[in-house]
Design a protein around this ligand. Structure first.
Ligand code: NAP
Ligand code: MG
Length: 479
């Protein structure tokens, strides 16, 4: 683990194995950090924050971030392979997608470091003596930030937080998911190589108790969490001790809505990508596929046919499109949902169970004959499973708007139509942080990203993330 510029073991000396999901075999051991290690990391982050990091000029931060982006790009193949080994996803897809985007994101926020501004305010008040005031705001970092991330996009989810947090002058403690600690550790080496002062970035590997220690720590000023809604609620409770700032990116059960007038040829692969991308282990996955009744049978058959063509295999095979799920636990969870769905009366147009005997693979699965109350429709499965439901537009848009919003989540939504007015109306009426029209899942770094309802608090990416990692001070001077 990286604490205060030193590569260290856990204070307890304990470690845990991280597993290759394609084989179920242990890749290597990493330190099992606990609350004691979190204490050390928080102390190191505080020292760096009060010391050298506070004196670094914005253009120096800009250069440091830019350099990390370049270093990631130069090691893209290594990062892709390591992400594949640890998480199971295709190494090629990881390199061209996750890793390339992580490098871009550092460069995007490098530019922000020199563009943070306060403002002057012409206040109305006067002093009894008739004197004037000079008032302005300062935009300052929040301080020591705990960053807790999940296993589905291990590198990219860490960078969503690291890049804006560092651009704005915070120091950080990163806690990767226990299933996928390896690319975070590799990234730690690049921070050192880039020349970040010791203690600015600390990385503590471990289990949920290490995340909980960060969330509850009095020395942490902000916690940025990506993960499940259930754990997000625990983070909120733990944060009440010192009322640290909290931002949350949580789960989803996003609607992907296909109207009968949609361009069939693009909507079919687009709708498969919506739920099958990253093997369905995506918070934004479009796992409730609503199809207008007039084209329901034809469209769902085409989606099933397309999904059945996806090539399954280990992530290190360059031909692989769909890799294994991340862990035995996720395999059990997803196949458990499939069994429950079948018992409830759902019918699989394709897939429906585990694939192969070795590794944690699940067949891409398209379920029909589902009802809104089924657990497969209501709950986040986090695997390659979509539920297709028909809808009618005979009485306008109310029916589909109601069905789409009938969830505790509100992360994303897709709308496929050639009717411009309907696209705009749907965009307004859907309660979700991102609405994608005639595409699914193109997240640009310049756009805010986050959830309505129980999908989260706050917005990452774009200019909005600057707000997440800064606070405003009002200064008012009697002249
Ligand atoms: P998770 O179980 O909630 O874990 C997320 C992170 O929190 C892990 O690092 C985990 O450590 C840590 N953690 C566990 N218990 C904790 C506690 N009490 N306090 C603080 N941290 C704790 O989620 P996951 O299973 O890894 O990831 C899947 C979930 O993440 C899905 O629900 C998905 O929708 C969501 N997700 C959301 C987004 C988004 O942007 N909205 C993006 C990706 C994923 P351990 O791994 O050691 O348990
Ligand atoms: Mg977990």
């Amino acid at each position: 683990m990286l604490i205060g510029g030193e590569w260290v073991d856990a204070a307890s000396g304990e470690s845990f194995g991280t597993v290759d999901p394609a084989t179920g075999e242990t890749l290597c051991e990493v330190p099992r950090g606990t609350a004691v290690d979190v204490d050390r990391a928080v102390a190191a982050a505080r020292e760096a924050y009060d010391g050298p990091w506070s004196r670094i000029r914005p253009n120096a931060r800009e250069r440091l971030l830019w350099t990390v982006g370049e270093l990631i790009e130069a090691s893209a193949a290594e990062f892709g392979q390591l992400e594949s080994l640890d998480n199971g996803k295709s190494a090629v897809i990881a390199e061209k997608g996750d890793v390339a985007r992580a490098a871009d994101l550092f460069r995007y926020y490098a530019g922000w470091a020199t563009k943070l501004e306060g403002r002057t305010v012409d206040v109305s008040m006067t002093r009894s003596a008739g004197g004037e005031f000079q008032a302005f705001t300062l935009r300052e970092p929040v301080g020591v930030c705990g960053l807790v991330v999940p296993w589905n996009f291990p590198l990219l989810m860490a960078v969503f937080k690291l890049a804006p947090a560092l651009a704005t002058g915070n120091t950080v403690i990163l806690k990767p998911a226990e299933q996928t600690p390896l690319t975070a550790l590799l990234l730690g080496e690049l921070f050192e190589e880039a020349g970040f002062p010791a203690g600015v970035i600390n990385i503590v590997t471990g289990f949920g108790d290490a995340g909980a220690a960060l969330a509850g720590h009095d020395g942490v000023d902000k916690i940025a969490f990506t993960g499940s809604t259930a754990v997000g609620k625990k983070v909120v409770s733990a944060a009440t001790g010192n009322l640290k700032k909290v931002s949350l990116e949580l789960g989803g059960k996003s609607p992907n809505i296909v109207f009968a007038d949609a361009d069939f040829e693009t909507a079919v692969p687009g709708s498969v990508n919506a739920w099958l991308s990253n093997h369905g282990q995506a918070c934004v996955a479009g796992t409730r596929l609503f199809v207008e009744d007039k084209i329901f049978d034809e469209f769902t058959a085409a989606v099933a046919e397309e999904a059945a063509k996806a090539r399954l295999g280990p992530g290190l095979d360059p031909r692989t499109q769909v890799g294994p799920l991340v862990s035995q636990e996720q395999l059990d969870r997803v196949t458990g949902y499939l069994a429950q769905g079948a018992a409830d009366g759902a019918r699989a147009l394709t897939g429906g169970g585990r694939w192969g005997e070795r590794g944690f693979f699940v067949e891409p699965t398209v379920l029909v004959d589902v009802r809104p109350e089924f657990s497969v429709v209501r709950e986040e499965i986090f695997g390659p499973v979509v539920c297709a439901l028909p809808f009618s537009t005979r009485d306008g848009l109310d029916e589909i708007v109601h069905a789409a919003n009938d969830t505790v989540y509100g992360l994303a939504a897709g709308v496929w139509t050639r009717d411009l007015s309907r696209a705009h109306r749907m965009s307004r009426r859907i309660k979700a942080g991102s609405v994608w029209v005639n595409q699914y899942n193109a997240t640009d770094f310049a756009l805010p990203f986050g959830g309505y309802k129980q999908s989260g608090w706050g917005r990452e990416l774009g200019a909005d993330a600057i707000d997440l990692y800064t606070q405003t001070k009002a200064v008012n001077i009697a002249l």
